[in-house]
Design a protein around this ligand. Sequence first.
Ligand SMILES: *Cc1c(COP(=O)(O)O)cnc(C)c1O
Length: 395
Amino acid sequence: MSEQDEIEYQLDTLAIRTGHDRTFEGEHSEPIFLTSSFVCESAADAAAKFSGQIEGNTYSRYTNPTVHTFEKRLAVLDGAERAVATSSGMAAVHAITLAYLKAGDHVVCSRAVFGSIISLFEKYVMKFGVDVTFVDLEDLAAWQQAIRPNTRLLFIETPSNPLAQVGDLQAIADIAHAANALFAVDNTFCTPVLQQPIKFGADLIIYSSTKYIDGQGRALGGAVVGNHQLLEEINGVIRTLGNSMSPFNAWVFLKGLETLNLRMKAHCASAQKLAEWLDAHPKVETVYYAGLPQHPGHELAKKQQSGFGGVVSFVVKGEREGAWTVIDNTRFLSITSNLGDVKSTITHPATTSHGRMSAEAKQQAGISEGLIRVSVGLEDIDDIIRDLSRGLDLI
Ligand SMILES: *Cc1c(COP(=O)(O)O)cnc(C)c1O
């Protein structure tokens, strides 16, 4: 598909058609290039490719056609120049820290990001002389105050997990750029189908493709998306470190992108229905879903997102016992921390994903004992509601 076509076509067409250069075999569907290296035509050809004089595949840690197809397709969906695929979402975040930070630099990060990202900064990045300040996602004054002359990177996830707080992309981008810092957004929950952070000033987008982009809970992967210049740095890190995406996984994600828009619409519709049902349930104290008009981030989410996503969190009566009763009385919801899957999943954040936090930190982060997180899958929504009502009726 030519670049001119890419400008004219809509998202669904791009998600299905972009990035595949058909080989001489005339294959209709994208092939998987399961090969670790590539053969050159001559010694001179090899020398030219290795020196970068001519483009061409040499080794799959550097480039692989299936991975490349996935990268091109994802970048186009995000309205970006380039994407680099990684072996996991965490590898994508790690690549950002290695590519743009050095000893003496400072990072401002939202407190409400994926737990392993907090660990990456606190346990490892800080060890190399980079200072990190964590601030409340929604508190713009705190973002501004946290800026120092050596601030190089601002990092957020919006909407956040599990409480669906919404960060103001444009406002935080402006704070970052006034300080000459980069602004990176973890867009795993929305995917490019529901939110394109570049439109609101983000410089870098990171994904865990393990979630909605796969959509069927099969493979680990991730990506960094942005402009050519910034992504060249990421490419250098990934090809050197070796946490590149496997061609097989790239093919799984490529197929995932083809149905992403359809799936996200269905996830959003079911999550909205579930959130409204929970909101009216006498055993439910609070529902965290930006699709509910009373949610504090509702208006901002409407501005930035074309849908409210597939994750619904809620607090039930009866603290931990109440939450565990709901979880243990489901019959088909999977008790697992993965999300973005066609299969609905249910977790108790206070004793799983956030289990290692102190009681005080949990309270500060709003992770109460009665909190349950559901990633709403694509099973019939009335069946999902029935599965949750079994335990709720017993509280
Ligand atoms: C899962 C997840 C990650 C980490 O991705 P992995 O593929 O597990 O390494 C990062 N951010 C968010 C929002 C996630 O849900």
